[in-house]
Design a protein around this ligand. Structure first.
Ligand code: NAD
Length: 335
């Protein structure tokens, strides 16, 4: 393989991908811009591209890649809603991803958000730096003895539940495919979604975004929640109807919200927009609430996750170049 064109590259991507690629004898060409049908001509000479969540790998882009001689699209993420897999198969392209890099990274960030929101760490940090040592408005509650509802008990939801059991929280769970053995082992109780919402002091979302999970939290389901409950979302932004969350924050039906993902994050998150006027009115409003904490889709961002992403991605690039077997569970499309 001549070289691999890497798109939407940030400094932390380079830091982890470069040594992994060098160890496997691969040459990477880094681009800071995203891949799309417009930027596809820049791949000339590459047999593989490496992309992330916001590269737009639609049918037109894939056609341009195939025409330029690209044979492999390697996603350095788990989600693949930005790639037209049907078109890739029709064009005889191979598409790979990194299905699981570190569920611990996401679960731990979920708990970090909950602790910070509840104990007002985000407010205390700024206050103390301003030499304001007053405690007014910083009252939280003990997590011990409270109830958390984990919606989605896959890899990340299960780890989050286990950590919160360690805090002495009661854990309720909801999943279309409950894992009874796991629940028994960690003293977790599966229940229905309405029962979970009605009983939980904290609701944490760990579902994939699917047509049936879109706006899982909306006016009607938020109304089923305990007044003053917290919501934490490190799943996908569109699991939540932001308009309904804003209304519930204003009325007090929700006591606090911590988000690592946002409905309209594309084009905003991962980039520095300081110095610009934010055009998204709902995000702007969300950021005005003292009881809202937003991080910019950073739950995955640990050394371990980045190392694993680089290992899996470059191993597949090497194996593809050598015509050997791609790693199990990573292939989304193959000719
Ligand atoms: P997973 O596939 O291991 O688990 C998902 C769980 O959701 C499964 O148990 C599944 O049965 C359940 N589920 C699916 N549809 C459902 C429905 N309609 N109702 C109830 N349960 C349903 O996935 P995971 O690795 O635990 O990741 C969970 C989500 O976290 C991902 O889909 C992704 O969107 C998000 N994620 C976010 C970040 C981040 O940086 N913020 C990083 C990785 C993953």
């Amino acid at each position: 393989m001549s070289f691999v064109a890497v798109f939407d590259t940030k400094p932390y991507d380079r830091e982890y991908l470069e040594p992994a690629a060098a160890a496997r004898g691969l040459t990477l060409r880094f681009h800071e811009f995203r891949l799309s049908s417009e930027t596809a001509p820049t791949v000339a000479g590459a047999r593989a591209v490496c992309v992330f969540v916001n590269d737009r790998v639609d049918a037109a882009c894939l056609r341009a890649l195939a025409d330029a001689g690209v044979r492999l699209v390697a996603l350095r993420c788990a989600g693949f809603n930005n790639v037209d897999l049907k078109a890739a198969r029709e064009l005889g392209l191979t598409v790979t991803r990194v299905p699981a890099y570190s569920p611990h990274a996401v679960a731990e960030h979920t708990v970090a958000l909950l602790l910070a929101l509840n104990r007002r760490i985000h407010r205390a940090y700024h206050r103390v730096r301003d030499h304001n040592f007053s405690l007014a408005g910083l009252v939280g509650f003990d997590l011990f003895g409270k109830t958390v509802g984990i919606v989605g008990t896959g890899k990340i939801g299960r780890l989050t539940a286990q950590i919160l059991r360690g805090f002495g929280m009661n854990v309720l769970a909801y999943d279309v495919q409950p894992d009874a053995d796991w629940a028994q082992r960690f003293e977790v109780s599966y229940t229905t979604l309405p029962a979970l919402l009605a009983a939980s002091d904290v609701v944490s979302l760990h579902l994939p975004l699917l047509p049936e999970t879109r706006h899982l939290l909306r006016e009607e389901t938020i109304a089923q929640m305990k007044p003053g409950a917290y919501v934490v979302n490190t799943g996908r932004g569109k699991l939540i109807d932001t308009t309904a969350v804003l209304a519930a924050l204003k009325s007090g039906q929700l006591g606090g919200v911590a988000l690592d993902v946002y409905e309209e994050e594309e084009g905003l998150f991962f980039e520095d927009h300081s110095g610009e006027v934010l055009q998204d009115d709902e995000l702007t409003r969300l950021l005005t609430f003292p009881n809202v904490l937003v991080t910019s889709h950073q739950a995955f961002l640990t050394r371990e996750a980045l190392t694993e992403i680089a290992r899996v991605t470059t191993t597949n690039l090497r194996n593809f170049a050598d015509g050997t077997k791609l790693l199990d569970g990573t292939v989304l499309a193959a000719p």
